[in-house]
Design a protein around this ligand. Structure first.
Ligand code: TYM
Length: 332
């Protein structure tokens, strides 16, 4: 059976981008069709300026939202990265496989390190090595597929390179994984700045729909979305990025096609109104289930405990064999 691994970082409240680009597919498809592991990757949240109490809160909230989105612990494994030591154990071996040059080429490193420099925070060394830890997340489980949004493609490519290199040098140890992406909405853009990705770590919230936003807030944000100077509703990501983004969001909600939907609208206002209602309806059941789960943290903790146990059992033999392959002396 195909094995799938994917993760989400607790650096902010989960967004519509996270949901449409990744989480929704995990819940609607992957957990039924594959052997799937989904992870709240909390160690990754430490690569930028962070508040410990907030990371803790956001980690539990992310786990609750994954369950609220429909992940069923009877069908898939849901856990927190720092509960399974194999991720950091393997990460070091992969640091000894990756090169400085290939890590400095990562787009997210370039963007985030530039931001950190501007704000005077200093660039944490872990921001550079971050994709290596991500590779370890994936390779420790010998995952075949990694369902992610567009922005993670480059990191999965690096993971593939590291797996191939390691296997060639030290003997076949890892499965070479591939990224999979949703048919639409693989890159949901910020509603106020349709040239930038809708990202949970961004400061300004007006262009970001959070999964836990009230229905009225969602409506307001979508109705105020920046569109383009034209009038005609056309699907053109280059020249009409704002409208194209709304069409993609609507298409994702309705399992439709953005190009076809464009033909059904004569004004931006009508498109915005329908998109807002579609998103509100899409998120309604999720918000309701989340409220119930938030009231029962003991249940969520239990799911995470069992998930970590299962994950550990899968990762340990793989990481142990990587240790041996690389030349480390086994415990006598
Ligand atoms: P993160 O936490 O930024 O995002 C989680 C998932 O949501 C997708 N996503 C989006 N998709 C479409 N439009 C958007 N605007 C949007 N924003 C986010 C991301 O592509 C991702 O699939 N490095 C990863 C976390 C990670 C990981 C892993 C993922 C760590 N280890 C191993 C897969 C496998 C990240 O920062 O995702």
């Amino acid at each position: 059976m195909t094995r799938v691994f994917s993760g989400i970082k607790p650096t902010g409240h989960l967004t519509l981008g996270n949901y449409l680009g990744a989480v929704r597919r995990w819940a609607e498809v992957e957990q039924y069709e594959t052997e799937a592991l989904f992870c709240v990757v909390d160690l990754h949240a430490l690569t930028v300026e962070h508040d410990p109490a907030r990371v803790r809160r956001l980690s539990r909230q992310a786990a609750s939202l994954l369950l609220a989105a429909g992940l069923d612990p009877a069908l898939c494994t849901v856990f927190v990265q720092s509960h399974v030591d194999e991720h950091t154990r393997l990460s070091y071996l992969l640091e000894c496989t990756a090169t400085d040059g290939e890590l400095r080429r990562m787009i997210q490193y370039k963007e985030k390190s530039a931001r950190a420099r501007v704000s005077g925070d200093g660039v944490r060394f872990s921001l550079l090595s971050y994709p290596v830890l991500m590779a370890a997340d994936i390779l420790a489980y010998r995952a075949d597929e990694v369902p992610v949004g567009d922005d993670q493609t480059q990191h999965v490519e690096l993971t593939r390179d590291l797996a191939v290199r390691f296997n060639q040098r030290y003997g076949h140890t890892f499965t070479v994984p591939k990224a999979t992406r949703p048919p639409v909405a693989a890159r949901v853009m910020d509603l106020q700045d349709p040239l930038s990705k809708m990202g949970k770590s961004h400061e300004a919230g007006a262009g970001i729909v959070y999964l836990l936003d009230d229905a009225d807030v969602v409506r307001k944000k979508i109705m105020r979305a920046v569109t383009d100077s034209g009038r005609e509703v056309a699907y053109d990501r280059e020249d009409r990025p704002g409208v194209a983004n709304l069409l993609e969001i609507l298409a994702a909600c309705e399992n439709g096609d953005p190009g076809e939907l464009a033909g059904a609208y004569e004004s931006y206002g009508a498109l915005k109104k329908d998109t807002a209602e579609a998103v509100v309806e899409l998120l309604r059941p999720l918000r309701k289930r989340h409220a119930a789960l938030a009231a029962d943290p003991g249940y969520v903790d239990g799911v995470l405990r069992e998930g970590a146990e299962r994950a550990r059992g899968m990762a340990r033999p793989v990481v142990d064999s990587a240790y041996r392959a690389m030349g480390l002396l086994p415990v006598g």
